[in-house]
Design a protein around this ligand. Sequence first.
Ligand code: AIR
Length: 212
Amino acid sequence: MTEKLAALIDSLEREAERDRSPAETPEIGIVMGSDSDLDVMMGSETGRPGAYDALTELGFEEQTSYDDPPESRFTFETYVVSAHRTPELMYAYAETAADRGLDVVIAGAGGKSADLPNMTASIAYPLPVIGVPVQEKSLQSVIGMPQGAPLVAVDAGKSFNAALSATQILARERPELRERLEAYHEDLKEGVTEVSRDLHSLGTPGFKQSRD
Ligand code: AIR
């Protein structure tokens, strides 16, 4: 093991031993197999929105330092953890997840051997893990768990929904998150209603033109 990898694992293990209050630790952990998964997992300006976009829309902030947490609640943290290139880091991340204060983990990986979500779920059990197949070809690998080893998963590339599902889990005990989820859904309804009304009243050519 390299010195840098050992130091990263050590920082996770040290965090797990600290008795920080829930206000200082992230509620959601996001891990992905490679930084090449970043656009799918977190969202990109040119592509589809992702987990980062959903969580920030719901008022979460990204926590980048354990000693200096953001003022606002709630928070998430992000790491690259490869099941095959850094199995030791995957093990340490999942094994310390609950003790570091995480309530739910979103794990995404791509390729045909997308083992990070399912292995994280097995090691972090009973912490809920939401798997994101980064590509279509990763789907079977992510969802194919044996009986007794559960994993919740979203469709390929739908990290945005994984973030909503994670927030739904948290909202069971946090009324302010329930309210934020409800407000998000109201906005969604409003958007569809406006589109429907405009399409009907402008007609198809007029509606298309109004969008150009
Ligand atoms: N991957 C990385 N380690 C284990 C797996 N399965 C996945 C990443 C990424 C793909 O392999 O999640 O989607 C290609 O990674 P890279 O780093 O070569 O771009």
